[in-house]
Design a protein around this ligand. Structure first.
Ligand code: SF4
Ligand code: SF4
Length: 195
């Protein structure tokens, strides 16, 4: 069913469920056990730095670059219109090491760069995602994971839990607009008596 969201920031519609959905990130990266869809440009970028990635891989990962990605497929939710999934190896994303760390993030940190320099956008965003042009909750992926968000100890919303990710996606100005929309949305729901 097509969702109709009224607010749009920098070309991305906003699902207001992100302002009320409780989320607490506390586990060892189970979300990486299924791999991720990268944009074609991200795929190309990762392959262009393969010589830096390969020496960082451990024995639970594959150094065969031909086994890193699935075939490309068309997908309008990706900037270039083409998505390329990462492959699984030993039941986890090819870039996840035996300690549960992302090699792409480790590489960036080792180089003193921003930790997300090489990381695909959809890895950064999860448990948020962009689906049919709207920023929303990746509830399908959350639901199939055994540990993700199973023991929320605080009433933190996904909006609060993912502030760094949202700032990354929208920038300071876009984030401020999102925060304003959140306040307006919650105020309007409170005045309607919606919990
Ligand atoms: S997003 Fe979910 S699966 Fe991923 S590290 Fe956090 S709690 Fe674990
Ligand atoms: S690329 Fe890194 S963060 Fe993304 S699924 Fe693979 S291991 Fe996880």
């Amino acid at each position: 069913m097509e969702q109709k969201f009224t607010k749009e920031i920098k070309g991305i519609k906003i699902d207001p469920l992100i302002f009320t959905f409780s989320f607490h990130c506390r586990c060892n990266g189970e979300c990486c056990n299924y791999g991720v869809y990268t944009d074609l440009k991200e795929h190309d970028y990762i392959l262009s730095i393969k010589d830096k990635i390969i020496p960082m891989l451990d024995e639970s990962q594959t150094r065969d670059v031909n086994k890193w990605f699935e075939p490309a497929e068309e997908d309008e939710d990706f900037e270039s219109g083409v998505a390329v999934g990462t492959e699984l190896h030993n039941n986890k994303c090819v870039f996840l090491d035996k300690q549960g760390l992302c090699t792409l993030q480790k590489l960036a940190i080792q180089e003193g760069a921003h930790k997300w320099k090489y990381k695909p956008l959809y890895c950064i965003l999860f448990p948020l995602t962009i689906y049919e042009g709207a920023l929303t909750i990746d509830d399908e992926h959350i639901d199939r994971l055994k540990t993700c968000n199973r023991t929320p100890v605080e009433r933190t919303t996904i909006f609060e839990a993912c502030k760094e990710e949202l700032l990354h996606l929208f920038g300071e100005d876009g984030y401020a607009e999102l925060e304003q929309y959140k306040n307006e949305f919650l105020e309007s729901n409170n005045s309607k008596g919606v919990a």
